[in-house]
Design a protein around this ligand. Structure first.
Ligand code: ZN
Length: 494
């Protein structure tokens, strides 16, 4: 049967990819520094094998046979998913892929060095080469309006720069306006946070919360890593990481809950879809909508803290004596325009994304020279956030994305917030007692709502049509603005 033959061949490619994920996870969490070079070789060998298999005449033949067969809807979706990936891969000449890999691995090293030295000039020639190659890559894919449009489908299909800009424009003026009002209000003190927080207790409280949200420890685990992430090797094995800060318990907590949101998605694929193209997420924006939903919408809500404030105090009796739930809630939601995207609060976060979107468009369209990036970056931070960038390490060198050629990636973070708010509005209609449930630490129905509508769908639908169907409305930034407006008007008494 052609479909089964195709699926068997795909399964082997999938196994190779998951094996690479195990090596990558180990590299980030366990591996001693001495293993670095060999691990790089092992990953590169596996990457080459995966690419060769995926674009081999044999696999393309099996794919074509499957496409010609009589397929049901699920099988059709699986075949189309692979066709999209294969077409992207085969449009790029092998020589370009190899050069890209080499340039990116050197650029990554230069980026680390430049960031530490706070010296953009170390990274500049590498970024220039990356942008040149990325433009060539866009030309291979073919594009309309802007080369950026050729790159974004690797992360989010069915959207283009114009659509993103039309969502970002109203969100920007809304956010700047809200931020102005917050600046004029009484500020939130987080002084009670600034003390030693026992790492053992942080880990235990975190594990308890993650379990309460629905993370299945028999099908996953949590470890420590410098950069929090989530990865999966199968539906039965999903790994998350977080990092500790001795003087801020929220760092571990919210990083872990963010990654838990990603993990709940991956533990939620249908077991019978395992090792098929259906047990995947159709977009980064949709994946991010899940992490932000749990981290921000749920875990930074007042009902959540009314329930978990006293429980947290049990883990940190010395630190939280006399600190009430409202204080914890306000501290978890303090707004402060800053330099660093990953530390940004819920209100200013999207401004960081808009800055990167504008700049990467300008770089790819050659309206901005790489040499002028630091100045343009610093001017944008002044303009959007009112902050002065002291050095490039906290400025245009802070993110890893461009060093790996990931242009088109950044807007998916804000799309995740937009999708999440659209879903939440719908969830509140479907489940009038949603916030009562959260206030009791009961998340089973919330998780089940997400499982049936999103997680179990896997690759059966692209992200945007799925969200629009669930929400019952076209893609809109209005629910996100409503959510932010209500919450922060209340917190800051605006
Ligand atoms: Zn995320």
């Amino acid at each position: 049967m052609p479909y089964q033959k195709f699926l068997d061949a795909y399964g082997e490619i999938h196994d190779l990819r998951m094996t690479a994920s195990v090596l990558h996870w180990d590299q980030q969490t366990q591996m001693p520094p001495g293993g670095g070079e060999a691990r790089g070789r092992q990953l590169s060998t596996l990457g080459g094998l995966i690419h060769d298999r995926m674009t081999s005449a044999e696999f393309l033949g099996l794919l074509a046979d499957a496409e010609g067969a009589d397929l049901d809807d699920d099988q059709r979706a699986a075949v189309e998913t692979v066709r999209f990936a294969v077409d992207r891969a085969t449009k790029l000449p092998g020589s370009m892929v190899r050069e890209m890999t080499l340039v990116e691995s050197r650029a990554f090293g230069a980026w680390i060095e430049a960031r530490q030295a706070r010296d953009f000039s170390i990274f500049q020639p590498h970024l220039e080469r990356i942008i040149e190659l990325t433009r060539q890559k866009a030309d291979c894919f073919g594009w309309k309006d802007t080369p950026w449009n050729a790159l974004v489908p690797d992360y989010e299909r069915g959207i283009d720069a114009r659509r993103i800009a039309s969502l970002f424009a109203p969100l920007r003026s809304f956010t700047v306006d809200l931020l102005d009002k917050i600046r004029g209000a009484d500020q939130i003190s987080t002084r009670f946070l600034d003390r030693q927080w026992d790492l053992g207790a942080q880990g235990e409280f975190g594990r308890r919360l993650i379990g309460d949200l629905g993370f299945d420890y028999s099908r996953g685990r949590i470890d420590i890593a410098a950069h929090p992430f989530c990865t999966n090797f199968s539906v039965g094995d999903v790994r998350i990481t977080s990092r500790f800060d001795h003087r801020n318990p929220f760092e571990y907590l919210f990083s872990a809950l963010h990654e838990t949101g990603h993990a709940l998605y991956e533990q939620g694929f249908r077991p019978e879809d395992e090792r098929t193209p259906l047990a995947e997420c159709p977009s980064l924006g949709l994946h991010e909508s899940q992490s932000r939903f749990w981290e921000v919408t749920i875990a930074r809500s007042l009902p959540f803290w009314k329930h978990y404030g006293p429980i947290m105090a049990g883990y940190f009796p010395g630190n939280l004596a006399g600190v009430d739930a409202g204080t914890l809630y306000r501290a978890a939601n303090r707004v402060e325009p800053g330099l660093i995207r990953v530390d940004a609060d819920e209100v200013t976060y999207n401004l960081h994304i808009m800055i990167r979107f504008d700049l990467e468009l300008a770089l790819l369209e050659r309206r901005l020279e790489v040499a002028d990036l630091p100045d343009a970056w610093n001017a944008a931070y002044k303009d959007f956030l009112g902050v002065t960038v002291p050095h490039d390490g906290d400025g245009c060198l802070q993110d890893v994305h461009w060093s790996s050629g990931a242009f088109g990636y950044f807007p998916t973070y804000t799309l995740g917030n937009i999708y999440g708010a659209m879903m939440t509005r719908r969830m509140e209609k479907d489940m009038p007692d949603l916030w009562d449930k959260v206030g009791r630490g009961d998340f089973a129905a919330v998780l089940e709502w997400l499982r049936t509508r999103i997680h179990r769908v896997g690759m059966r639908s692209l992200a945007m049509p799925l969200v629009e169907e669930i929400a019952g409305e076209k893609l809109t930034v209005e629910p996100l603005m409503g959510q932010l407006g209500r919450k922060f008007t209340d917190i800051y008494n605006l």
